[in-house]
Design a protein around this ligand. Structure first.
Ligand code: URA
Ligand code: SF4
Length: 216
């Protein structure tokens, strides 16, 4: 039975209990071929939560988010935006790696479908509740649509300060800012990768300003 992650959530919702429970999640079919659940990492009360799409090949092997090439770019951009890793909690919308194999046994990333995103969302909501960040930064469409619905377009609302919808089940609602995925900057198709990188850093600076402003 794979009816979503909800039935795997533990009674206590601290990060440690959540991480242990997520390790045995079978809420969708992705656990079958992936190596392990890649749960979020970072400070328990980090003011800034970064949400990517799903673990990649390296993340799947190491069991940590953002340890591959996209993570390298993200780390550099955070640094350039004046955000220290200690200020962040980093996770993904989907916690297992989805891929196809080439004949050479290379594992090629596949975008998670809406069913998988919805199945995995309870973990993300539980992480938001446990960490209670001031701001969630959605890195790319998958993360943004996990939280704001499938009709949300990053291109139309990039860099804006948004509210999480009230029906998500979070106890306390942080604000949300959507930007592009670091892998999209790496594989830039606009022909100006430096500019794509600069715009990404600008969005992260905006995020930094939001979390470092006095609480209202
Ligand atoms: N891309 C993501 O979205 N998440 C990771 O953890 C790594 C790459
Ligand atoms: Fe559970 Fe999410 Fe993994 Fe699916 S992707 S099995 S819902 S942790």
């Amino acid at each position: 039975m794979t009816a979503g992650a909800e039935q795997y959530l533990p009674a206590t919702r601290g990060l440690r209990a959540l991480r242990a429970a997520a390790a045995t999640c079978r809420g969708c079919g992705l656990y079958e071929n992936a190596t392990q659940t890649v749960f979020g990492v970072g400070r328990r009360s980090a003011p800034l939560m970064l949400v990517g799409e799903q673990p990649g090949d390296r993340e799947d092997r190491q069991g940590r988010p953002f340890v591959g090439p996209a993570g390298g770019l993200l780390a550099r951009a955070l640094d350039d935006a004046g955000i220290s890793a200690e200020q962040t909690y980093q996770t993904n919308a989907v916690k297992h790696f989805k891929f196809t194999r080439t004949s050479g046994a290379r594992r090629i990333h596949q975008k998670p479908g809406r069913t998988e995103v919805v199945a995995c969302r309870p973990w993300l909501i539980a992480e938001i509740d446990a960490v209670h960040p001031r701001l969630v930064v959605a890195l790319g469409a998958t993360a943004a649509q996990a939280l704001l619905g499938p009709s949300f377009r990053v291109s139309a609302h990039r860099g804006e300060t948004l509210e999480l919808p009230g029906d998500l089940g979070t106890r306390r609602r942080p604000r949300l800012l959507a930007t592009v995925h670091p892998a999209a900057v790496l594989r830039d198709r606009s022909g100006d990768r430096d500019k794509a990188y600069r715009l990404f850093v600008e969005d992260l600076r905006r995020a930094r300003d939001i979390v470092s402003s006095p609480p209202v």
